[in-house]
Write a protein that binds this ligand. Structure first.
Ligand code: F3S
Length: 390
């Protein structure tokens, strides 16, 4: 891989151990994927923030980087953590709280914004055609497919290395020729809500590997609902983007049909709880947009969350701040608007939560393993029916 003289010097350690380590990570990655050079990025988004999924060992690596003057060169946001600073922080024991705070401290020293969200595009929308190094698969698929920004699916360490160097290896969907659809997906049924769109994503992720689909037959879908396709597609497959209602340029590409039976079957596989009474009803995977928080506030107005049921709405602190009065309305109904946390990588099992109901196919997919909980997957209206009295 070609390196400029300045990049060579960083690689030789002239800018210190932290920069050298990060440059070596990027060069190794570039060599693995056949990149011929590094390209500048406009932003980075780092995953691997929750203590629950990170564990203890990587904290020492983060500390070593921070103590050796690693500092980000581009705007860099962080994925959600394992607790929020108002509700869960009071309910979880010290031995889970303190290492999480330590992780955030190390990121802060390196100059990462404490955004703590999987929807960094609501904080600052990336420009079409701009290059980024984002981890968090749901955000990667959304950036490429819905926003027209260009990012490969980074791991936590490579996104952090890219943030510190300000560059990323030029391969994958950073190249125009790798952004073209190479399989046609024909949706032969009407997808009626966000849950069915999520099921489509789960199904396609399993089927496509890393191929880029041109999806035909989708109904007119809001960006909020497309977010569910993005999150689910990134959960079960390695596809980094999709196209909607376009055709592959090259003739003779494979065609895949999706029918109602397959969508129903996928939802059935993701909804395996033995009873329909959830301990937790969770909305906000990926984190809610302002419109989604507003809609939930409207629907819970004048109602009460059932006794013995938790009702969580997850979003970023940025959206929470903008949602002002809507947050209060949800809280008046007995719900919790949690910012900066992801339910899937929070300690729900410590709170005695055994059944999680959600409208997100991604959460339903991970709940049995990461939350040790039975999932119930249903659209927003049904989730609210389960959460609210009367
Ligand atoms: Fe976000 Fe967690 Fe879902 S990071 S996409 S809320 S699994």
């Amino acid at each position: 891989m070609y390196l400029t003289q300045e990049e060579e010097r960083v690689c030789d350690g002239e800018s210190g151990w932290a920069n050298q380590t990060c440059m070596k990570i990027l060069v190794r990655l570039g060599e693995l994927f056949g990149a011929d050079k590094l390209i500048p990025i406009a932003s980075a988004h780092v995953s691997g923030v929750s203590y629950k999924t990170l564990g203890d060992a990587p904290i020492e690596f983060l500390r070593a980087l921070a103590d050796n003057d690693a500092r980000v060169k581009v705007r860099t946001t962080l994925n959600p953590q394992s607790l929020d600073s108002q509700y869960l922080v009071k309910r979880l024991p010290k031995h889970l709280r303190e290492p999480q705070l330590d992780i955030l401290k190390q990121f802060e020293k390196m100059g990462l914004t404490q955004s703590l969200t999987c929807t960094p595009y609501y904080l600052q929308k990336p420009k079409r055609g701009s290059h980024h190094a984002w981890a968090e698969s749901s955000a990667v698929v959304y950036a490429n497919s819905v926003l027209g920004a260009w990012t490969n699916r980074e791991g936590g360490p490579s996104a952090l290395a890219a943030a510190i160097i300000g560059k990323t290896p030029d391969y994958g969907v950073h190249k125009m020729e790798n952004r073209q659809p190479n399989v046609t997906v024909k949706v032969e049924t009407t997808l009626r809500n966000e849950t069915e769109l999520g099921a489509l994503g789960i199904l396609l992720g399993k089927t496509l590997g890393n191929r880029i689909p041109a999806i035909q037959g989708l109904p007119k879908t809001s960006k909020d609902d497309l977010k569910q396709v993005c999150a689910a597609l990134g959960t079960t497959g390695m596809t980094n983007m999709f196209h909607v209602n376009t055709r592959p340029k090259s003739k003779g590409t494979e065609k895949i049909s999706i029918d109602r039976q397959q969508i129903k079957h996928t939802i059935g596989e993701l909804s395996t709880a033995s009873t329909s009474k959830p301990d937790l009803v969770f909305l906000g995977c990926p984190h809610c947009s302002l419109n989604e928080v507003k809609r939930i506030a409207q629907l819970v107005e004048g109602k009460r969350v059932r006794t013995g049921t938790e009702f969580w709405v997850c979003t970023s602190c940025h959206v929470r701040r903008m949602a002002g009065d809507c947050v209060k309305r949800i809280e008046r109904a007995g719900g919790h608007v949690l910012d900066g946390v992801c339910t899937v990588v929070s300690w729900t099992e410590e709170l005695g939560i055994k059944r999680i109901m959600t409208n997100s196919a991604k959460t339903a997919y991970y709940a049995p393993t990461l939350n040790k909980a039975e999932p119930l997957l249903a659209p927003l209206q049904d989730c609210l029916k389960a959460a609210l009295q009367g």
